[in-house]
Design a protein around this ligand. Sequence first.
Ligand code: AR6
Length: 178
Amino acid sequence: MQTEYQGIIIESVKGDITKQDDLDSVVNAANAQLLTGGGVAGAIHRAAGPGLEEACKPLAPISPGEAVITEGFQMPNDYIIHCLGPVYGVDKPSDELLRACYLNTMQLAEDKEIASIGFPALSTGAFGYPLEEALEDFMPPFLDRLSHAASVQHIRFVLFSDQDAAVYEKYIEQAVSP
Ligand code: AR6
């Protein structure tokens, strides 16, 4: 689905975060060491190639809620923004740390004058954050931040299953109703 919020395109799609060829940047659901791993981090490192690991070394480790940016290497995007989400119920307060991921990503994107960002559902895989609770925790302040974005014009949430995409779709329709 696609909608518009304060002049910004917001989409939710089912897909693979490594295949978003038309976006300037995508977000990595990283680990603290910024190394390859399972889920999104594994897929991004495989697609980006070894140059990404080299670029990440001097930036690691990062803390929950923090984000850092690299170029995209062999990914189809100019930039990758690496975020360490909270482990649900372990890194506390999880809601504030999750929010920080989305807001820090926005700040890095604006610093680089990036127009479009693809987000996976940070922390909702290996880190165990329930998907609906994650949406409720990060989306209101994220929408608020979007309402005064300078460069960012297009946000795409990329979900890995039909079920997750449907949850996002329903939430966005309600939150961004004109
Ligand atoms: N494209 C889009 N979404 C994906 C993809 C993909 N290629 N692969 C998985 N997802 P996760 P986290 C979904 O575990 O919870 C890693 O091992 C997945 O179904 O990647 O932040 C790192 O090394 C889930 O809904 O991220 C860290 O140690 C969501 O993306 C740790 O896991 C996030 O799942 C990070 O855990």
